[in-house]
Every structure is written in C-alpha cells, then in structure tokens.
Design a protein around this ligand. Structure first.
Ligand SMILES: Cc1cc2nc3c(=O)[nH]c(=O)nc-3n(C[C@H](O)[C@H](O)[C@H](O)COP(=O)(O)OP(=O)(O)OC[C@H]3O[C@@H](n4cnc5c(N)ncnc54)[C@H](O)[C@@H]3O)c2cc1C
Length: 287
C-alpha cells in the first residue's frame, strides 16, 4: 500500500510540463486529481519515478463558450462542471454524468482531463464524450493536434496520447435546441463505478427520431459508440418496438469484463436496460 519513491515536479505552464515529460520519458507520469493514479501507485500497478503535477498550471482550468463549442480546461474538476451555470445550460448531460461520479472527495479533486486520459472503460466521461461528439486538444513537443473522441480510446488504459503529450482542452459541441439527454447509470452503491451505463442524446421531428447518439460505459475494452442502435432509430417512429430494437443492438456489441459487479450476461442485460431507460428519459426531455 506504499508507492515506490518518486521525484515530484510542479510545472507552472504546459510547455514546462511537456519538457519534463520529454526529459524523463517512460519514467514520468502526469498527476491531475490523483484519484486513479495514486491508488494504482499504492498497489504498484504504476511505478513512476517522476510525478509531474498539473495542479499549478493555471491555463488548464476554466470553462468558456467559443462559437458553437464549450471549451473546458483538462484540470477542471467534476464539481467545477456540476456548479457551472454555463455547462448546466449548454450541456446538461455532462452535469448529469459528473454528479454520478464517485463520492464528494472524488468530485472535488478528480478532473475531466484525468477521467478521459486514464482510458478506463469503467469511467463515465469516455462514453459521455463519444455521445457528445467531443474532441480533445493534445499538446506535445511537436505542437498541438486535435483528436476526435471517436479516435481517442484505443484499448483498456490505452489512448491516442503520446508519452510526451498533455491533454489540455476538451471541446464539446453545444447541444442543439430541443435535444433530449440522459445518462442512465446502474451502480451497486454510492461511490461505485458503473455496473453498466448508457449515454443518450436525442432530437425529434414530431414523433420521428431526427438525430440520436448512444454510448456505453463498462461494456467492453473501451467506451463504445452503439452505431447500429443509432442507425436503427434515425428516421423511425419512436415507440416501444424501436426502443427494444435499439437496446438489442446495443447489447449485441457488449463484451464486458466479468468482475465483482457481475458476469458478462448480467452486465450485457443491464446495458440493454440502461439504454432503454436513457432513451425514454431523453425522449421526455426532447421537447
Ligand atoms: C472511490 C472512487 C470512486 C470512483 N468512481 C468513479 C466513477 O463512478 N466514475 C468515474 O468516471 N470515475 C470514478 N473514479 C475515478 C475518478 O473519477 C478519477 O478522478 C479519474 O479517473 C481520474 O482523474 P484524476 O484527475 O484523478 O486523474 P489522475 O488520477 O491524476 O490521472 C489519471 C491518469 O491520467 C493521466 N492524466 C491526467 N491528466 C492528464 C492530462 N491532462 N493529460 C494527459 N494525461 C493525463 C495521468 O498520468 C494518469 O495516468 C473513482 C475513483 C475513486 C477513488
């Protein structure tokens, strides 16, 4: 339960952080809120020799609206999201998800950038980012690049981040008017990760589905976009049969890891149920 000794670095700017990552290579790790990294260091699953703390990098904080996007600094905490009137108004799905993460301690310290960079399919933000069509600004020694959420999550704990890159900003398209949203999450108790969860965005034209996004948490090696389920709904009447078919298609791509939260069959069935619930709630909100 005691991490190996490490050297602590506290850069004040992104270029300083990148320079430290370049200098120390594989032996360095970025530290954000620490609520995933420190538990891993305690069990020696991660053994960095250098910790590069982003806590003093002021440019990585803050939430603003630019054009049709919300631009959120990677070090923005879950509580910053929950308390932001801008996020409440422009992207309530993100607030709904953040409120369901961990416990008060985790929400005070855990950051949006850390939750995404960790690459854990059990984390909530990866699926939320897929549903929202977000993109990420990655800064490294070769400059900046913008990567779509669709291309970012590669495998469990593996993302598109290069070893010398810092996720600096999360860009989220502002929701179109009258878009319904829901994050339905099943967890065993307060503070637990999802047994299964589904994120849905939905816009309607009368009784017909105009646009829909569905993404799944803890249902595979990464967060999953349920594309066939989305296709099955677009342009169709939104009724019980359409919901059942979308849930069936969402379940068909599930390959969850078996753990203390349940076996594959149970988790897959619960993903279907979360998809049905999220679709129904999003429909109610899509006025
Ligand atoms: C009891 C408990 C319950 C939890 N429940 C949930 C839950 O229900 N849902 C959920 O989603 N999460 C949950 N978590 C995880 C929590 O949300 C973490 O805070 C989050 O996964 C990581 O964010 P962090 O800021 O703490 O990052 P850290 O732990 O500091 O870092 C995580 C990883 O990301 C890398 N990293 C961090 N920031 C950057 C960056 N800007 N650029 C590049 N790499 C970066 C680090 O090097 C590290 O590898 C829980 C954690 C605990 C302890």
């Amino acid at each position: 339960m005691i991490p190996r000794p490490f050297e602590y670095h506290a850069p004040k700017t992104v270029p300083e952080a990148i320079a430290l990552l370049q200098k120390y290579g594989d032996t360095a790790k970025l530290l954000a809120g620490g609520h995933s990294l420190l538990p891993m260091m305690k069990i020696r699953f991660a053994e960095p020799e250098h910790l590069v703390d982003l806590g003093k990098v002021a440019e990585l904080r803050g939430i603003r609206e630019q054009g049709k996007e919300l631009r959120i600094g990677a070090m923005t905490t879950e509580n910053d999201l929950i308390w932001s009137t801008l996020v409440q108004k422009k992207c309530p799905l993100l607030v709904e998800a953040a409120r369901l993460i961990g416990d008060p301690q985790v929400r005070y310290k855990g950051t949006l950038g850390g939750d995404i960079s960790h690459g854990d399919p059990g984390n909530d933000h990866p699926a939320i980012m897929l549903a929202l069509g977000a993109s990420f600004v990655l800064a490294g020694s070769n400059g900046e690049r913008v990567v779509a959420a669709d291309d970012f999550f590669v495998d469990t704990y593996v993302t598109a981040l290069e070893p010398d890159e810092v996720l600096t900003e999360i860009r989220i398209p502002v929701l179109a008017k009258n878009t319904g949203w829901c994050y339905a999450k099943l967890k065993r108790k307060i503070g637990d990760f999802a047994t299964a969860a589904a994120a849905v965005l939905l816009t309607m034209k009368g009784d017909t589905v105009k646009e829909v996004a569905i993404a799944l948490t803890n249902a595979g090696a990464t967060a999953l976009k349920a594309r066939e389920a989305e296709d099955s709904l677009r342009g169709k009447k939104f009724d019980d049969a359409a919901i059942a078919e979308a849930a069936r298609l969402a379940m068909s791509i599930c390959d969850p890891a078996e753990d203390q939260r349940g076996d594959v069959e149970y988790k897959t069935a619960m993903t279907g149920e979360m998809t049905r619930r999220a679709l129904r709630t999003a429909r109610e909100r899509a006025k």
